[in-house]
Design a protein around this ligand. Structure first.
Ligand code: SF4
Ligand code: SF4
Length: 76
């Protein structure tokens, strides 16, 4: 079970230079530019692809932790 979608991308606007690259690359419509600032518009649509974090020239974007686990078999 992947709980990553329950957490939000973080955008540090104090580092943002408003280049728009993150929203331009976001293929899911999660990130948009509104009033010249990047906004997480549709968090449920995020695929955690990492493109926005990778393209951001200032390191303003941090993707959420993705927590995964699987059942283990207990041996008595
Ligand atoms: S991780 Fe991918 S899908 Fe999610 S906001 Fe960034 S570019 Fe869009
Ligand atoms: S890529 Fe980074 S600097 Fe450019 S708009 Fe997005 S958050 Fe701001």
């Amino acid at each position: 079970m992947n709980r990553g979608k329950e957490l939000l991308i973080k955008i540090n606007l104090s580092l943002c230079v408003h280049c728009g690259a993150c929203a331009y690359l976001c293929s899911t419509g999660t990130l948009i530019i509104s009033d010249a600032e990047p906004v997480v518009d549709q968090p449920d649509q995020c695929s955690n692809c990492g493109a926005c974090e990778e393209i951001c020239p200032t390191g303003a974007i941090s993707l959420p932790f993705v927590i995964t686990w699987q059942p283990t078999t207990l041996i008595e």
